[in-house]
Design a protein around this ligand. Structure first.
Ligand SMILES: C[S@@+](CC[C@H](N)C(=O)[O-])C[C@H]1O[C@@H](n2cnc3c(N)ncnc32)[C@H](O)[C@@H]1O
Length: 371
């Protein structure tokens, strides 16, 4: 079977890397998605373990269509009775880009009608009452190529369940994990986020270091599928529980705002990880760890009133980070002038999107110790 792990642009390589680590080797990386082939156990494993993917979908069929008739006929011919009973509630989501069929709502209703007709024909009934379990069908059209798929997730994979309180401008959990995977972080590497807000980056890092499956404590739409044996998810969860380690971590989150640190403590408790938290302005940053990975998501200064204070914060960051030359420094911001304000050209820049805002992830590699 073919599955699609969707991701934010720029994080595809991290999704492919995680799939390979999970033993799912048959992958193909495209823009904002990674296709993988496997069985239902691979699907359940991917759902539980993928940290930087947004969703996992199971492909039902793909075809070319540039008219509503063609969309209807080809959708109807797919084997819907393999997945849907005569009573399944069918919900269709859709998106279309660079295609003749651009009206998403029309495409959704045509796909729904075609599925209902297909089920009526295969079950020899006149009515599909839609009184039982819901299945979400995704129709995606890109350059007139249609993909029809079942949504395996329900809520997006960023909904891990540990972040119950929010601060202004939090990172999504999937992006937080993606930033860590793009950095040179290993389980025993010290990690600091000196502007940690609700704690997303330190908590995601702690889950990576302790080998905790990020979605262990949530449910998935695929668990409601009638055609899927209950044991698939039960066994995948059991093996995820067994994989968990309790190694001592060198991870620290700090923030100038005491309220944020209170929330971080609650979130870490819910996620089941032990992290050091501190109320501290970035200018007072010190560390006993000689080297490690620092990742931060400072304010961006989007509002005119914040622009000056953000400039002085970025300059202050440079002074402070220069005191720890053996640390790799990573900063995500949408502020286009970041490098000139910070006063240093990054070793690597990666374009990412954060809540619809175009951001850059600036990476400064650590100074190599001299012999
Ligand atoms: C964009 S938010 C970080 C959100 C965080 N990544 C999350 O996922 O919740 C920026 C954070 O920087 C903190 N901050 C602003 N100025 C600071 C300073 N001078 N020192 C330390 N923290 C600061 C704010 O309190 C805020 O929590």
């Amino acid at each position: 079977m073919e599955f699609i792990a969707t991701s934010k642009i720029g994080l595809e390589s991290t999704v492919a890397f995680q799939l390979h680590k999970l033993g799912i080797m048959d992958t193909e990386t495209l823009d904002a998605r990674v296709l993988f082939r496997g069985d239902y156990t691979d699907m359940a494993t991917a759902l539980l373990w993928l940290r930087s993917a947004e969703r996992v979908l199971m492909t039902v069929g793909t075809f070319h269509a540039d008219s509503f008739d063609s969309l209807f006929e080809q959708t109807k011919q797919l084997p819907w009775n393999r997945y849907l009973s005569p009573r399944t509630r069918i919900h269709v989501n859709g998106k279309s880009a660079k295609s003749t069929l651009f009206s998403v709502s029309d495409c959704q209703s045509i796909v729904k009608k075609a599925i209902v007709e297909s089920l009526k024909a295969s079950y020899h009934v006149n009515l599909i009452p839609e009184t039982e379990e819901e299945v979400i069908v995704e129709v995606g059209i890109l350059r007139d190529e249609v993909t029809l798929a079942l949504d395996c997730c329900g809520a997006g994979l960023s909904r891990r369940g540990y972040r119950t309180y929010n601060v202004p401008a939090p990172l999504s959990e999937t992006l937080g994990a993606g930033l860590i995977l793009l950095s040179r972080f290993f389980p025993d590497t010290p990690l600091i986020d000196p502007m940690c807000g609700s704690g997303t980056i330190p908590i995601e890092a702690a889950m990576i270091a302790n080998h905790i499956a990020p979605s262990l404590n949530r449910s998935f739409a695929a668990e409601q599928w009638r055609f899927l044996d209950d044991s698939v998810f039960r066994l995948a969860r059991e093996s995820a529980r067994d994989a968990r380690k309790g190694d001592k971590l060198c991870i620290l989150g700090s923030d100038i705002d005491p309220h944020c640190i209170e929330l971080c403590k609650k979130h870490a408790k819910k996620a089941g990880v032990m992290i050091d938290w501190k109320v501290r302005p970035v200018k007072e940053l010190t560390t006993a760890w000689k080297d490690g990975v620092l990742i931060c998501n400072p304010p961006y200064g989007e509002r005119l009133s914040d622009a000056e204070s953000v400039k002085s914060l970025y300059r202050e960051m440079r002074t402070v980070f220069d005191r720890i030359p053996d640390w790799q420094i990573n900063v995500i911001t949408s502020n286009r002038d970041f490098e000139s304000i910070y006063g240093k050209t990054a070793d690597r820049r990666r374009k990412l999107s954060n809540g619809g805002m175009v951001c850059t992830f600036y990476q400064y590699y650590a100074k190599r110790p001299e012999n």
